[in-house]
Design a protein around this ligand. Structure first.
Ligand code: ATP
Length: 588
């Protein structure tokens, strides 16, 4: 398909706002694409060239785009900047300016060609790279038609905002195949194993929907992490799942470690293997972010403490105090999640990686194997004298008293509680089911529960906080079935000055021009400033009470910030269903 035709589809999609209409239009677009194009178009629709976990960024600020436009149209930078100020939209300005230069010869560039150029932009690094990026874009501006230019420049700017989320794209593939969304959950199962949208879409269209049964984990592609349900006592857990495997619940950072042995080990190929390393290691967070560079100590430990051809294991990384032989609290562990001064932080806060699951080993998926088998294989993977990578302890329990005793023991050791898992359960990527049940200190009747909320907007500050420019924050939970955010609280107190400042700074990067379509908010709760769903806060409250004003139907009483959950994506926030259950169990 020509990029110009693609741009007119984007224009068409932009004119509608309901998810259903977007899905139908995307389905129409997909039906006209070649499978090779279908492998990349899902990313272009999201303003990227590859899955987010690949970490390929355009790294172009608005200024570079202005420069590209000025260069393409032979204008002065201040003139372009002035034009953008009048339209308030760089894409529209570029379209108008391109129209004024109709004399430039338009070329019929394909999607593949433009994609290749955009990819080149993500690859440019180092000195002079801003200039090369602008040159690539400028040249494209001179060749493409005005409408294409408008959408082209929105891609690196991250301003397409077409509502083409991963789920909507999967819906559209289903729609294209059968005229409704009925195949989405089937396709989504494959996506949860291998969340490479382009790959999944192209495979399904090329091979038919049954191909999803054959999609298996791949080392180097993060698998969506399995989640836990919650119950409030040992007795409830045993009643619900019977005999279970009990493990400590750590309060650290959930990591998925991908390990691949280098193929060429012979002396003649030595230069291909960095520093005589045995393994190539990649580490992902639960938000599917590639964070290998943050954990050099775990990468080194894999060299010494693991033996396999390849593997994907999961566990919780925690700061560790060797002198007292104890884990550090989350506030200290989280300091390891940083881009700079990594070596210094690794020295100051050494980590232990408590491995609790194995998803792939030696070329074979372990997802369908029962937990007991996965644990046994995991044990065989880790050296018995390993110090950084440890097998998380586990015990089979049938007696609720024993379960409670383990809970008390782990709480006594400063941990969060326990995880009880069905011994026969398979690993279901992305699922939250009763195969895993968490029992945390905060669920016992003595202390209150926390809820992970998404920041939806805020009011300008009054009084002391006028200085910060942020007063009460509107937060919400996620309704999975409708893919919408529903309000649950306005938080106006209980944050330190530092936390208000951080929240303001983070929110400012996500400001929306108007209330995002995926928010359902009552009039009384409208905000001065709307924020796109991105920031997740863990919120503590005294009680969950029924509400006529909050669209979730519930309100948090005395809500206060427990901590920022940078490890969670907005879709991972507490769901409306979870709140319904929590509220009811709390009454009981
Ligand atoms: P919470 O706020 O209770 O940590 P969550 O919403 O962040 O829960 P859940 O998936 O519901 O995430 O709870 C499981 C989380 O607990 C995992 O993401 C993981 O980080 C952590 N965890 C700690 N110990 C274990 C363990 N032994 N097995 C599985 N997950 C564990």
């Amino acid at each position: 398909m020509q990029f110009a035709q693609f741009a007119s589809y984007l224009h068409d999609i932009e004119t509608v706002s309901s998810r259903l209409a977007i899905t139908e239009k995307l389905a129409k677009l997909f039906s006209e694409l070649h499978t090779d194009e279908l492998a990349v178009v899902p990313y272009l629709l999201q303003g990227r060239v590859a899955p987010a976990y690949r970490g390929l960024e355009f790294g172009m600020a608005e200024k570079s785009l202005l420069k590209a436009a000025a260069q393409a149209f032979g204008l002065d930078l201040p003139d372009v900047a002035r034009h953008v100020r009048t339209t308030g939209d760089l894409g529209e300005s570029v379209e108008t300016l391109r129209r004024a230069f109709m004399s430039m010869e338009e070329k019929t560039l394909s999607i593949a060609h433009v994609y290749g150029e955009l990819y080149r932009i993500t690859q440019a690094t180092g000195e002079g790279s801003q200039e090369s990026k602008a040159n690539i874009l400028a040249f494209l501006f001179t060749q493409l038609d005005p409408l294409s230019c408008k959408y082209l420049c929105r891609i690196p700017l991250g301003q397409l905002r077409l509502g083409a989320s991963d789920v909507t794209i999967l819906d559209a593939v289903s729609w294209m195949l059968v005229g409704d969304k009925s195949l989405r959950s089937k396709i989504e199962k494959a996506y949860q194993v291998r969340p490479n949208l382009g790959y999944i879409c192209a495979q399904v269209v090329k091979m038919g929907v049954d191909v999803v049964e054959t999609i298996s984990p791949q080392v180097g592609t993060p698998i969506l992490m399995m989640k836990a349900e919650r119950l409030s006592s040992g007795a409830e857990i045993i009643k619900k799942i019977g005999q279970c495997m009990v493990e400590p619940k750590y309060d650290g950072l959930r990591l998925q470690v991908h390990i691949q042995k280098y193929k060429v080990q012979g002396a003649e190929h030595k230069e291909q293997v960095p520093n005589d390393k045995k393994y190539s290691v990649e580490i992902y967070t639960r938000g599917l972010e590639l964070v290998t560079h943050m954990y050099p100590d775990i990468v080194d430990a894999v060299e010494r403490e693991v033996g396999c051809t390849n593997a994907i294991m999961e566990g919780e990384a925690l700061g560790y105090d060797e002198t007292t032989d104890t884990f550090l609290p989350f506030q200290q562990t989280i300091q390891r999640k940083r881009k700079h001064d990594v070596a210094e932080a690794a020295k100051r806060i050494p980590l232990r990686f408590m491995a609790f699951d194995l998803l792939y080993m030696n070329g074979e998926s372990c997802l369908h194997k029962p937990l007991v088998e996965r644990k046994a294989q995991l044990q065989s993977l880790i050296a018995s004298d390993a110090s950084t990578i440890r097998l998380s302890p586990h015990e089979q329990v049938t007696d609720p008293h024993r379960l409670e005793a383990l809970f008390d023991q782990y709480i006594g050791e400063g941990l969060e509680g326990i995880m009880a898992k069905r011994p026969e359960s398979v690993y279901k990527p992305g699922a939250r089911e009763f195969s895993w049940v968490k029992l945390k200190r905060s669920y016992s009747s003595k202390v209150n529960d926390t809820v992970d909320c998404v920041v939806m907007g805020y009011d300008a500050g009054k009084g002391k906080r006028a200085a910060f420019g942020i007063g009460a924050v509107l937060v919400g939970v996620y309704e999975q079935s409708a893919q919408r955010y529903l309000t649950i609280a306005k938080i106006g107190t209980g944050m330190t000055d530092e936390e208000w400042k951080t929240l303001k700074a983070n929110s400012e990067k996500r400001i929306a021009k108007s209330k995002p379509d995926e928010y359902t908010v009552a009039k009384e709760m409208e905000c001065d400033v709307w924020v796109h769903p991105h920031i997740v806060l863990e919120v503590r409250s005294d009680e969950i009470t029924q509400s006529k004003i909050h669209t979730s139907g519930w309100s948090l009483r005395f809500p206060r910030l427990e901590r920022f959950r940078a490890d969670k994506r907005p879709h991972d926030a507490t769901t409306k269903d979870e709140i319904d259950t929590l509220a009811v169990s709390q009454k009981n």
